[in-house]
Design a protein around this ligand. Sequence first.
Ligand code: ADP
Ligand code: MG
Length: 700
Amino acid sequence: MRPSILDPLFAPATTLSGVGPKLGKLLDKLLGDETQGARVIDLLFHLPTGAVDRRPSPSIADAPVGEIATFSARVAEHRPAPAGKAKAPYRVLVEDESGDVTLVFFHADVRHLLLTLPIGEYRIISGKLELWDGMRQMVHPDRIMDAKAFASLPAIEPVYGLTEGIGPRVMTRIAAGAAEKCPDLAEWQDPGFHAKSSFPTFFEAMQALHHPPDLRAVEGDTIARRRVGYDELLASQIALALVRRQQKKAAGRVTAGDGKLRRAIEAALPFSLTNGQREAVADIHADMEKPERMLRLLQGDVGSGKTVVALLAMAAAAEARRQSVMMAPTEILARQHAERLAPLADKAGLRLALLTGREKGAGRRQVLEGLANGEIDIAVGTHALFQEGVVFRDLALAVVDEQHRFGVHQRLLLGSKGEAVDILVMTATPIPRTLSLTWFGDMDISVLSEKPAGRKPIVTRAISSERLDEVVGAVGRAVDAGAQVYWVCPLVQESDTLDVAAAQERYEALRELFGAKVGLLHGQMPGRDKDAAMAAFSAGETRILVSTTVIEVGVDVPNASVMVIEHAERFGLAQLHQLRGRIGRGSAASTCLLLYKGPLGPVAEARLTIMRETEDGFRIAEEDLRLRGEGEVLGTKQSGSPDWRIARPEIDGDLLAAARDDARLLIERDPQLETPRGQAVRTLLYLFERDVAIRLLRAG
Ligand code: ADP
Ligand code: MG
């Protein structure tokens, strides 16, 4: 159970004073997700992205032009709009001995201005100072204050990510309210580390972040920000350490085969394995033969040939008369895996079945029976494999393709399907070392660094969307020459429906030109239609496949050698790389056309340049990290990865090793989190919502 001291933070945002249902709705949109509305903690963790400096200049002459300026001045004169010119602004002249400034008000409330700017009095004025015809002026000052009001306001004002309907002042007030609800919590950091780091406490850090004491306090790398970033890293490392410990404790089983099936599969392959594949296979078999559980990450760029490695691992399980599952993130991928693996499995006498949410009725019952009585060696599917009612006779190995949706939670579920299941996670995202640590803790890693022989480099070009006609022409010629083309439509906003509309429209336009050669695939199509579209493209019946990003992961049609990506400027680097990995798999030379709509911002431009320069997934991942650090204005939830609320891998990455060591040591010394520090750590896990790991403690 969550410690009650955290209750105020996990209460809805509407429990903050001044936040009614209407504001609450807007906050839900900004900070909530499909499953829940905005909570106080979401506001607490909604950190300022910058600050406005309202420290006063000594005189008007010293006040910076072109920036926010704050100064004290005497109100000299009110200048109403000339009679008959109702649209002209109302002006107020203020001055000191060094100069004057004209304050400009459109649609002025004159009575109000006479009250707030009485002639002869001094006021502190803050806003953007400009030069107009050589004269200083300020249109609609942000603040007009007397000395008392000025003293009560922070000189450094935090700036928050906003949403329509919530302006800066309101957001600042709400965030301050959230900071006020932050309890002073018992310290969970290691005392020695805490002393050495000179970190503030969590409470102090949150206050400093929302009430920045100086400008530096909001610019990136401050001690308060790092403190909380470290807390988050620590929480995730402790959660991982707990899972890991439990997995180790549940002793593994020895899965050792005689190599017969593996040899049969290798003999049936139309190619020979790369050295990387051989090494990975050897690593995996060695793990499986040990009495501990395997927890291994197989990392290899798109097209590096991970699937075969997985198949050989599953074959080893079958040799030991035990079962395997292979889990894909989408229906399409699961089907494709099953189709590709089936002939090879067949040759080796392995029995393979598909199980997704779409298998129904008698077919489904048959698969479930086969899994329960052991007639099926390999089940390929989606997360439907985890569901209740799916029982295995003797599950030895789970292969998880594409790790992103496979968190701690899923690992625990998987554990319930068989004792001591070995786990192989495959990812095509070349995760830089620092990041793989945060995601996977101390997983063992195998890397496929070389591509299979015979791959040709992909020519990548960036083309303005104004030249769409030329691109369509080139696509037509490529199709005439026998090529197949992926045509990817962009992410329009964050709405599925709009994406689909864009794809639909492009599909219809291309259909007019190329007729039945054009196919369409998007996320909102019924599963059957998706299969049919994919199958038609795979079989070469359609030559151009217009799609949304549903083809992003894993799809494999070797004859596809051209990819057009519309609005490439809207995609992240990792995504572009994943998409492009769908081509360049066959014997023909491949081309990727990145259509962009200008003018390009510096980050988008840098992304396209990198895409043109390299196919090296690791380099792209590093560059991606770098650009994300500098680039995107981070409104709300878009920090480096969806898993992080505060920590910025590109900045706080250096703290990661410390967090990991700390977590390991803690779990070693206090495995049940019972000491005072252990208790504080429990609170930490709840605070960052890593508390699923706490269940493991009770399970003991
Ligand atoms: P990914 O790592 O992206 O999952 P796949 O396993 O889908 O890659 O492999 C991509 C393609 O490369 C497949 O068509 C596969 O048959 C082929 N392939 C795999 N290994 C080799 C190899 N050693 N030599 C040649 N082709 C290979
Ligand atoms: Mg794959």
